[in-house]
Design a protein around this ligand. Structure first.
Ligand SMILES: NC(=O)C1=CN([C@@H]2O[C@H](COP(=O)(O)OP(=O)(O)OC[C@H]3O[C@@H](n4cnc5c(N)ncnc54)[C@H](O)[C@@H]3O)[C@@H](O)[C@H]2O)[C@H](O)CC1
Ligand SMILES: [K+]
Length: 242
């Protein structure tokens, strides 16, 4: 595997396709015993910190889908609310349609002061936001963005003001190829998880941050991924495209 990125300390960081990242996630869970919610908590905490730094006390709108990407976004909304931030969650579907980890994150969020807004009336919240967190779809994208997720992305792209932070890959971008089969978010920053995705080398993904989600090196070793920890004890590092 050819490294396509390096950390700001100059350390090469290999990129993975969506299928390779799915394999990393599978091995982390099935072979090593990490729980999805553990990894998601690190993703959400990192994402909340990045959003909070960019918002400097202003309003944050979190857009979330129902997969692993959305679950990370909902988790970030909780950490933002816990820290006293003005945060609104907008789901791309009715909360009753959430399942698995995203449903669990949504249930926990109910114990915070976060506002939960309807997608149909999200336009004003998005226009007024200082920061929009894009956690609609990650490496699970299949074909052109459709439905409410596509509509929300169009609203974000039409809103000039907010700083946009995408989780893992900009929603609408194919994580492997970097191509957008339809509408896609063009974020200021992409916070990608564990390893950068190959598509981030060419996509309009803004500045790239890599977040540590606690995957031990044995997972990468078992998949023959040439991995050297780039974090050196930090939770996030900036990445440069090579
Ligand atoms: N180790 C890690 O990197 C971890 C990553 N996590 C995050 O999980 C996502 C991948 O999760 P997955 O559930 O497999 O897929 P997504 O959330 O990306 O997408 C599924 C979601 O999206 C909808 N969808 C798919 N295509 C379309 C489309 N064309 N139009 C509209 N909607 C679409 C689909 O219906 C599902 O609802 C990864 O990117 C990380 O962010 C984990 O949180 C932790 C471990
Ligand atoms: K995303």
């Amino acid at each position: 595997m050819t490294p396509q990125f390096e950390s700001d300390e100059g350390q090469p960081v290999p990129a993975v396709t969506a299928d390779e990242m799915r394999e990393v996630d599978r091995a982390a869970v099935d072979e090593v015993g990490l729980a999805l919610l553990q990894m998601m908590e690190h993703a959400g905490r990192n994402l909340a910190e990045v959003a909070r730094e960019a918002a400097v006390g202003g309003q944050v709108v979190v857009l979330a889908g129902d997969g692993g990407n959305g679950g990370g976004g909902i988790c970030a909304a909780r950490h933002l609310a816990n820290g006293g931030a003005d945060v609104t969650l907008v789901l791309d579907r009715d909360p009753s349609e959430l399942t698995g980890a995203a449903a669990r994150q949504h249930r926990i969020l109910g114990a915070t002061d976060a506002t939960v807004g309807a997608a149909a009336s999200a336009e004003f919240a998005i226009r007024d936001a200082d920061v929009v967190v894009d956690a609609l779809v990650g490496y699970g994208l299949s074909g052109a963005l459709r439905g409410t997720a596509a509509t929300l992305v169009e609203v974000v792209e039409a809103a000039a003001a907010p700083h946009v932070v995408s989780l893992d890959v900009p929603s609408g971008i194919d994580a492997t190829t970097g191509e957008a089969p339809g509408v896609a978010v063009e974020p200021d920053t992409t916070l990608t998880l564990a390893l950068p995705k190959t598509g981030l080398a060419t996509a309009e993904a803004g500045d790239l941050l890599l977040a540590d989600i606690g995957i031990p090196r044995g997972v990468y070793d078992s998949l023959d991924i040439d991995y050297a920890d780039p974090f050196a004890g930090a939770r996030r590092v900036w990445l440069r495209r090579l």
